[in-house]
Design a protein around this ligand. Structure first.
Ligand code: PEP
Length: 238
């Protein structure tokens, strides 16, 4: 089965750049590849949705902590759905570490996104300093799954030290973390869950990463900004 390639644009691209990107991506892909998700900035969700012409899927990078009201600058789950988002990243390490998002915040966001019927990509991962406590750190981040409907949730394991640094986790690191996550979900909820790996994935290393039996797809930052690299990765994941 095709594996998912999710691209996180972070705070990059204008409307024209996003339109050109989507057109180039679709041309490079030709027919038959839909195993991808683009997460552009909020301002481009509608544009990317339209430009992809029904191919792949579109996601947001974050969501507000409330349904509506006096929260200047925030965007609710209902608004994301309204402009065509299919899914939403929650708990990306940049949200946790730059903006101080806690597991409590992430659990609330998960509820709000689920209420709107959007898929969630829950990002988890340890800092270098937390690496020796990998199991307990991941389990505490995964505790936000309690009482949730897991059918619409994917986990993305992204070691913080591998994001945007060019350092890819070793095969052993990835297998160890993914096994901890799968076991936690099995033991707690008697369920399975899909897990993406994220952290400096690029065309040159994606095949090796996807060949590890425990990886269901990838979450890509930097390399996803280039339509040629994105197309190559999507084709490698088929
Ligand atoms: C990310 O932003 O989720 C990410 C994995 O970034 P990069 O691929 O640039 O490491």
């Amino acid at each position: 089965m095709a594996k998912l390639v999710a691209g996180n644009f972070k705070m990059n691209k204008t409307k024209k750049e996003a339109e050109d990107y989507c057109a180039e991506l679709l041309t490079l892909l030709g027919k038959g590849y839909n195993n991808f998700l683009i997460c552009p900035p909020y301002t481009l969700i509608e544009c990317v949705k339209r430009s992809l012409n029904g191919r792949g899927a579109v996601g947001a990078q974050n969501v507000a902590l409330a349904e509506s009201g006096a929260y200047t600058g925030e965007i609710s789950a209902k608004m994301l759905k309204d402009v065509g988002a299919d899914s939403c990243l929650i708990g990306h390490s940049e949200r946790r570490h730059i903006y101080g998002e806690t597991n409590d915040d992430i659990a609330k966001k998960l509820n709000l996104v689920q209420k709107e019927g959007l898929k969630t990509i829950l990002c988890v991962g340890e800092t270098l300093e937390e690496h020796r406590r990998l199991k307990s750190v991941l389990e505490s981040q995964l505790s936000v799954l309690n009482d949730k409907d897991l059918t619409n949730i994917i986990v993305a394991y992204e070691p913080v030290w591998a994001i945007g640094t060019g350092k890819v986790a070793t095969s052993d690191d990835i297998i160890k973390a993914h096994t901890i996550i799968k076991k936690y979900v099995k033991d707690k909820f008697n369920s399975e869950i899909s897990i993406l790996y994220g952290g400096s994935v690029k065309p040159e290393n994606i095949s090796e990463i996807l060949a590890l039996g425990v990886v269901d797809g990838v979450l890509v930052g930097g390399a996803s900004l280039d339509a040629k690299k994105m197309a190559q990765m999507i084709k490698s994941a088929k």
